[in-house]
Write a protein that binds this ligand. Structure first.
Ligand code: SF4
Length: 293
């Protein structure tokens, strides 16, 4: 069994075996973990159910997080769309509301699916669950889609540690956006190449995104970053489905993601020593929180 580590290897193996990315990915995972494919698919479906549950909890709650830095925005957005439907329609409304719902749940310490990380937990579920609801996607296709997204994240993680502390937010929300773009492209019938290009177009356009959480908490800017990058995934997917490719090959873009992460100052990698965390207001919020504790 060949375990593919790059996008080039993945696409070539899929082509050789005339199969989709999810088929290659699930076969690899079953081999590596010595588990039955059906068992793995059950685990993936349990994660999809947990994503749905998280969104359901998030859209109902207006509770603030313990720090008070986040919470309530998902409710505000729902109320806004009720009075004034989004210019981009129902799909846009759901994606943004669902991404906020999960990200706020994370800040409230609710149950989430880290996908690939907790800070970026709203992006993939928002795109997947919106499609499931709006396009009536079957259980099997949902599972295939999430496995496809997982493989995209796994290939990237071979070169880049998916953590703000290691490579900035480009490696968390950015990679999540790439995973969501690939997932969406698969769900809409895109070829393996288009799935990979969608992911890479999304990632190319968030290179350099810093990690500068205010008060060291995964709330500001993290929560709002989720709906932004969920929508970003849709743009990338539409472009890839149109046949638009990245001039820079996918694996070279991943190399740049890794190099950019290495070049990024530690001040901008989850240390809260710079960026938004060290604005006048960021410092003030830090003081207020310290007094509260
Ligand atoms: S800003 Fe940092 S902590 Fe927040 S989601 Fe991005 S990588 Fe995670």
């Amino acid at each position: 069994m060949i375990i593919t580590e790059t996008f080039e290897e993945l696409l070539s193996e899929c082509k050789k075996n005339k199969q989709s990315i999810y088929e290659q990915a699930q076969a690899e995972e079953a081999f590596v973990q010595d588990l039955a494919v059906d068992y793995l698919r059950d685990i993936v479906y349990r994660n999809i159910c947990a994503m749905k549950e998280c969104i359901q909890n998030g859209i109902k709650s207006k509770e603030l997080s313990k720090s008070g830095l986040s919470g309530g925005d998902c409710k505000k957005l729902q109320a806004h769309f009720k009075n004034s439907p989004a210019l981009f329609g129902k799909f846009f409304e759901k994606i943004t509301v669902y991404a906020l719902a999960s990200a706020e749940e994370n800040a409230r310490m609710g149950k989430i699916v880290a996908c690939p990380t907790a800070g970026s937990c709203g992006i993939v579920p928002a795109v997947l669950i919106t499609m499931v609801e709006e396009e009536n996607i079957s259980k099997d296709i949902q599972i295939n889609g999430l496995i496809t997204a997982g493989k995209i994240g796994q290939v990237i993680s071979n070169k880049v540690r998916l953590a703000g502390a290691a490579a900035g937010c480009q490696a968390e929300c950015g990679v999540a956006s790439g995973m969501a773009a690939g997932l969406l492209t698969y769900l809409r019938g895109g070829s393996n190449e288009k799935v990979v290009y969608a992911a890479i177009l999304a990632i190319k356009n968030i290179l350099g995104l810093t990690c500068d959480p205010v008060c060291g908490l995964v709330e500001v800017p993290c929560v709002k970053r989720n709906p932004f990058l969920a929508v970003h995934a849709v743009t990338a997917s539409e472009m890839a489905l149109a046949g638009i490719v990245s001039k820079i090959p996918p694996d070279e873009v991943v190399d740049v993601l890794a190099r950019t992460g290495n070049l990024m100052s530690p001040v901008l990698k989850e240390t809260s020593q710079g960026g938004l965390a060290k604005t006048k207001t960021g410092i003030e919020l830090e003081k207020q929180l310290a007094d509260k504790l």
